[in-house]
Design a protein around this ligand. Structure first.
Ligand code: AMP
Length: 549
């Protein structure tokens, strides 16, 4: 027997309609590429999103069509989030940090019919014009006065199109399982693959951010949205903010430590999210600018994900602002948030050091997410916090397959998706990532966690950023090599770094060598590009004659 409750679909347009009705006056602040600040609210977002919906239809966009963006975190990009998905089209956010040939591959694979771009990408769009999908129209996210004519391709002005459009529009009643947005994973090998989210998965995932034991996002919050709108739907925050009426602050074009700091101070931001590199640069700016009045910053929660949150960053947020770091784990394939590092009642009153021990873990599964770890033979392993294995996930916001079937079948017979991460899960359910399976260091048959070593090394005074890779060794197959970017003006030596690590890690994990470098390569989503480091330094110990005792 079926229940007798209404079958109303979970739609992205309903998030916007709710925000307009209940939080219409909540501010949305957006920094334009020239540094100017634009302010409006959820009421005006709704009006402009409806105008944009009419524009999209007039440009011939049909349900299921893909609409691409090459854009920073701005109010116009946010309008596309709601308008494109709202009419039943698919918002395809392209990561501009990818290589140009990956960008053209993605646009063609998705067969995008429109490309919205920020003016800073004008040259890029002109350069790739000949390789874009046939018939695609390019729209500059700019006023008529600032939109160039376009070389090799004609440009339309976003503001001119909106100006002529009606703000009357009824959002269609879509099937909640229809596709709403598309993100390509930035795999380190092979072509990027598309993850296709649905209205239902997006709304369910947004609820998670608003749960008290999730990110506790609420109408009380002023959010500095550092994580890019082109990185897994900015971790779902645009939708969650509309759901709960949180104030959104969008920092625009490639925000650095200074921009983030100043906007946070001016807009009273108490909540933010970003990958570790963002925060390393944020604190670098603070260290280099002694004139700042740190009490201007009202941060109380910061979500760190995408890569492991270093202990030193967690401690620094606490010491500098009294802010609590919530570590979250997930991936494009999981919308992305799957685990969240909030505390249990039994942790109340623990000394700070013990609390940080919990914060360095990747957190516990939120309702809806199921997790398990398995060995190489796919046999389930115990959740004892010690044994590590391949991490599998399933749930209503986890992918069931890639766009156009790329990569074939991705789920096992019971619907589990293999994440490619290696982790332990403890008896409370806290996940601790050991490594990506391809990055783990296999030394004489034992595993060494490159993440643990990096987290420890980054706490060494004078270290700006650290990377650890497994490099070839004649006796042990692989040994850890530590690469360090020192802080400006600091001279570090191999011996000082190794002395710092001593006692903090098992002795046999001690890196066989420490190299000091000016920069480290990152992927388009800010993760260390270890494949490139292995190509460059993989033979380091062999060519040095094997340093190990
Ligand atoms: P992406 O699909 O680009 O978001 O990358 C997903 C991958 O990032 C995951 O499979 C992890 O390897 C890594 N990742 C995400 N969050 C964390 C975290 N909190 N700690 C360590 N690695 C993480």
């Amino acid at each position: 027997m079926l229940g007798l409750m209404q079958d109303r679909p979970l739609l992205i347009s309903s998030l916007l309609a709710y925000a307009e009705t209940y939080h219409g006056a909540t501010p949305i602040v957006s920094r334009d590429s020239d540094g100017s600040i634009f302010r409006y609210d959820y009421t005006s977002l709704g009006v402009r999103a409806r105008k944009l919906a009419n524009v999209l239809l007039s440009l011939g966009v049909k349900p299921g069509d893909r609409v691409a963006t090459l854009a920073w975190n701005t109010h116009r990009h946010l309008e596309l989030y709601f308008a494109a998905s709202g009419i039943g089209a698919i918002l395809h956010t392209v990561n501009p940090r990818l290589f140009t040939d990956q960008i053209t591959y993605i646009l063609n694979h998705a067969e995008d019919s429109l490309l919205f771009f920020d003016l800073s990408f004008t040259g890029l769009v002109e350069d790739i014009a000949g390789q874009l999908p046939k018939g695609i129209k390019a729209i500059a996210l700019a006023s008529a006065a600032t939109t160039p004519a376009g070389k090799n391709i004609a440009f339309h002005s976003y503001e001119a199109l909106l100006e002529g459009a009606s703000d009357q529009f009824d959002w269609p009643h879509l099937d909640e399982t229809s596709a709403s947005s598309l993100c390509y994973t930035s795999g380190t090998t092979g072509n990027p693959k598309g993850v296709l989210y649905s209205h239902r998965s997006t709304v369910l995932h947004a609820w998670l951010a608003c749960m008290k034991d999730g990110f506790a996002l609420s109408i009380q919050d002023s959010v500095m949205l550092v994580v890019p709108l082109f990185h897994v739907n900015a971790w779902g925050i645009p939708y969650a903010a509309a759901m709960c009426g949180a104030k959104l602050v969008l920092p625009g074009h490639a925000p650095d430590g200074k921009v983030i700091y100043e906007l946070m101070a001016r807009e009273g931001c108490n909540f933010s999210l970003g990958v570790p590199t963002i925060w390393l640069n944020f604190f670098k700016y603070i260290d280099e600018t002694p004139s700042l009045t740190l009490s201007d910053i009202k941060l109380d929660r910061v979500v760190i994900g995408g890569s492991a949150a270093p202990r030193s960053v967690i401690e620094r947020f606490h010491a500098t602002f009294g802010a609590f770091v919530i570590q979250a784990w997930g991936m494009s394939e999981t919308s992305p948030v799957s685990t969240v590092g909030t505390l249990l009642p039994k942790h109340k009153g623990l000394p700070l050091e013990k609390i940080v021990d919990i914060q360095v873990k990747q957190g516990r599964a939120m309702f809806g997410v199921e997790l398990k770890i398995v060995d190489d033979d796919h046999k389930e392993l115990p959740k004892d916090g010690t044994v590590s294995g391949h991490l599998l996930v399933r749930g209503p916001w986890v992918t069931a397959g890639y766009f156009k079937g790329e990569g074939g079948k991705v789920l096992d017979a019971e619907g589990w998706f293999s994440t490619g991460d290696v982790a332990t899960i403890d008896s409370d359910g806290y996940v601790q990532l050991t490594d990506r399976s391809k990055d783990i260091i296999k030394s004489g048959g034992e595993w060494i966690s490159s993440i643990d070593l990096e987290n420890c090394a980054v706490g060494c005074p004078g270290v700006q950023e650290a990377a650890v890779i497994g490099v070839a060794h004649p006796k042990w197959q692989e040994r850890p090599l530590l690469l360090i970017i020192p802080k400006p003006g600091v001279t570090l030596t191999r011996d000082t770094v190794l002395a710092y690590l001593s006692g903090k890690i098992p002795k046999w994990w001690t890196p066989d060598d420490v190299l000091f470098v000016a920069e480290l390569p990152h992927t388009a989503t800010g993760k260390l590009l270890k494949m490139k480091l292995r190509q460059q330094f993989g033979q380091h110990l062999i060519t040095k004659g094997g340093l190990v005792d």
